[in-house]
Design a protein around this ligand. Structure first.
Ligand SMILES: [Zn+2]
Ligand SMILES: [Zn+2]
Ligand SMILES: [Zn+2]
Ligand SMILES: [Zn+2]
Length: 296
């Protein structure tokens, strides 16, 4: 990259006083755009202009007073991304102390969190705050939608056309035309509403070693601590045989891959699945019965 285009023209002069308004964003050597935090309170002040993550001690600053996180400091070749001055080894103790001393509300306070903590504990809390939005539980790879449970239920139904069933018992059918094409990992998701909560049932095809298998498991749309108050069972049958699973729903905070990879559900090997399907063993036709209950 041609440095002359990216370096501020007056970089040899004293930087202007107000960085926020007068410095245009400057390009960093690796091409990422640094960003001047907009005015969003202390979260903005404590945000690294390069990676946009929260800054933790040791906080370094350039001679002009611009701060950035210690991970990004080597990335910008020790040059301030705002004013291009050499960053050196100057700590910003004032900012470090300031962040420790000011109690601040959790950033999810508009979603209901009442917690007030000093900055660093606040950032840690926010990573586990039960009011933080959930990520869409649909197994579709490109869905990054987040929100609270009611908004995700609406999103699942509208965007992913997911079925919603009422009541704690269900009788489900999974049909796949070409049972031998399990190589294309496939899945379905169904929503259940009971006990004033939403649950989602995943059904996925995957490989266990070289063996194609199916897994069905239930997830709770809420926190893990709440999920543990429920139990569920799944049962698949056919050809006078029956396979059953009893488990505890996992929270949708747990990614469906993690649940699958820990085999925390009803696992059906393909040969058995085809036996349950009956017929000519080409089509997959599984009848899965299930029940959700509240643990007293
Ligand atoms: Zn950074
Ligand atoms: Zn600077
Ligand atoms: Zn919180
Ligand atoms: Zn989604």
């Amino acid at each position: 990259m041609d440095k002359s285009t990216s370096v501020s023209r007056n970089s040899n002069f004293t930087p202007v006083a107000s960085d926020k308004h007068l410095h245009p964003p400057v390009k960093v050597p690796d091409g990422r755009k640094p960003h001047i935090p907009p005015n969003k309170g202390i979260d903005g002040i404590m945000e690294c202009p390069v990676c946009r993550k929260s800054i933790f001690p040791p906080i370094h600053q350039c001679p002009g007073g611009h701060t950035l996180c210690s991970d990004c400091r080597p990335e910008v070749n020790n040059k301030c991304p705002v004013c291009r001055k050499e960053i050196g080894n100057i700590r910003c103790l004032a900012l470090e102390k300031f962040a420790v001393s000011i109690p601040l509300p959790c950033r999810f306070h508009s979603l209901g969190c009442k917690v007030i903590l000093p900055y660093y504990s606040k950032v840690k809390h926010e990573g586990q705050c039960i009011f933080r939005p959930y990520t869409c539980p649909h197994p579709s790879l490109d869905c990054l939608v987040t929100g609270d449970v009611p908004s995700l239920v609406a999103h699942l139904r509208e965007r992913h056309k997911v079925d919603l069933q009422m009541g704690p018992t269900f009788n489900h059918r999974y049909v796949k035309q070409d049972a031998c094409s399990v190589d294309n990992i496939s899945w379905t998701l169904t929503l259940f509403y009971c006990f004033n909560h939403y649950f989602c049932l995943n059904f996925e095809a995957f490989r266990l070693g070289s063996e194609p298998v199916y897994i069905a498991f239930l997830r709770f749309m809420g926190e893990e601590s709440e999920a543990r108050k429920f139990g569920y069972c799944l049962e698949v049958s056919g050809d006078s045989r029956k396979l059953a699973w009893q488990g505890v729903p996992r929270s949708i905070r747990t990614h469906h891959h993690s649940v699958r990879d820990s085999y925390d559900g009803l696992i059906i090997q393909r040969s058995l699945a085809l036996r349950f399907s009956g017929g000519d063993r080409r089509e997959l036709k599984l009848k899965v019965n299930g029940k959700i209950w509240k643990v007293l």
